[in-house]
Design a binder for this molecule. Structure first.
Ligand SMILES: NC(=O)c1ccc[n+]([C@@H]2O[C@H](COP(=O)([O-])OP(=O)(O)OC[C@H]3O[C@@H](n4cnc5c(N)ncnc54)[C@H](OP(=O)(O)O)[C@@H]3O)[C@@H](O)[C@H]2O)c1
Length: 337
């Protein structure tokens, strides 16, 4: 579907009543512009990106005038999306020269933070390329997947890049929504899967609390922020409904497994060694142990109502998420066939 062919799309007509009755000139002007432009997801092939594309595609289904673009380094993997009428485009944040073309005709863009977490500044450069290309292409609004972060100086490898990207967005002059996603509940599957085997929840998170959120809820929040036509700047904390410490997680796991689960507190080095013994490559083990150590500072304890206000739904609690993934969690504990 060529963007030049676009008229006012039914999808955008549904998306725009964000400001129904709002006579404000800024919203009116933005809405008029956005009505003729595509909604795009950049980083579409990842787990979060795919969920967002599929959710938006189902909203667009049956509305032939709609343009939904999926921008990815691997467009060749997405014949199925193309068959659904999704405009699949190539785009790599490491190759800025091609990015403005990838964003051509896009009104609202989901910029998914890349998974390059190496402390070298490469991820900041990638995001900078994307924001600059969006500016050149005339993107009206960027939704960015940031990371939950306190304002009190508890910094880490994980949120430094996000802070820098948020500053780039603020300086860009492009209206934006920053979604500060909490830790994914999905990451608990590996930790609690190990506890299912021997009844020990090993952790370096100390007495820290974490407001884990389901990746699926983060995707739903991103889709809602893309579709709602909001035209100012906002920062939303996308968290689960409760902040849990290690004993709370162990109690949930014990109920799910039907057997006691004991918390075993480890320091960072011992935690990394345990990950390595379980078969994890050393750099990944050290990074994950470092993340748990950082969680001990209570840096991820914030619980917010922003998800409910944005989407009109309650975020999924950890017990419900784990229950839905019970088979997967218990799989390592089952005897080999
Ligand atoms: N809140 C949390 O607990 C948590 C946990 C893990 C990760 N994250 C962050 O959230 C993001 C999305 O999570 P996820 O679960 O979907 O991760 P994922 O499945 O690992 O996806 C990685 C994403 O990074 C994109 N990417 C990597 N290099 C890129 C490049 N050079 N140019 C453009 N895009 C690039 C990929 O896009 P394409 O393959 O389509 O090009 C893909 O969307 C991650 O990348 C990471 O920044 C958050």
């Amino acid at each position: 579907m060529a963007i030049a062919d676009l008229t006012i799309s039914p999808f955008h007509r549904r998306a725009l009543p964000l400001h129904p009755g709002c006579a404000c000139a800024r919203h009116k002007e933005t809405n008029m512009k956005t009505m003729h432009l595509a909604v795009a997801v950049a980083g579409a092939s990842g787990q979060l990106g795919s969920l967002v594309v599929n959710e938006l595609a189902s909203q667009c289904a049956g509305h032939p005038g709609t343009t939904l673009a999926a921008i990815t380094r691997t467009p060749e993997r997405h014949a199925a999306w193309q068959a659904q009428g999704i405009d699949v485009r190539w785009g790599d944040f490491d190759q800025p020269q091609g990015l403005a073309a990838a964003f051509h005709g896009v009104g609202r863009l989901l910029l998914i933070s890349t998974n390059v977490i190496d402390g070298t500044g490469r991820r900041i450069a990638q995001h900078q390329h994307a924001i600059e290309a969006a500016r050149q292409a005339g993107v009206v609004h960027i939704v960015y997947t940031s990371f939950l972060q306190p304002e009190d100086g508890k910094r880490s490898l994980l949120n430094d890049d996000h802070r820098a990207t948020e500053a780039l967005l603020a300086a860009s002059g492009i209206a934006h929504t920053i979604l500060r996603n909490a830790f994914y509940q999905d990451l608990l599957l590996a930790v609690l899967g190990a506890a299912a085997v021997d009844g020990q929840l090993r952790t370096a998170m100390g007495a820290g609390h974490v407001s884990y959120v389901a990746r699926e809820d983060c995707a739903h929040a991103a889709a809602a922020a893309l579709a709602d036509g909001y035209s100012g700047n906002r920062i939303l904390d996308i968290t689960g409904p409760a902040s849990l410490d290690a004993p709370a997680l162990a109690a949930i796991a014990a109920r799910l497994f039907g057997k006691p689960v004991e918390v075993v507190h480890l320091d960072m080095d011992a935690r990394a060694r345990h990950f390595i013994t379980s078969g994890m490559p050393a750099p990944m083990a050290q990074m994950l142990a470092g993340i748990e150590r950082w969680l001990a500072t209570d840096a991820m304890h914030i619980v917010s109502d922003d998800y409910r206000v944005l989407t009109g739904r309650q975020a999924s609690p950890v017990p419900a998420f784990l229950h839905a993934h019970r088979q997967q969690l218990l799989a390592p504990a089952l005897p080999p066939a």
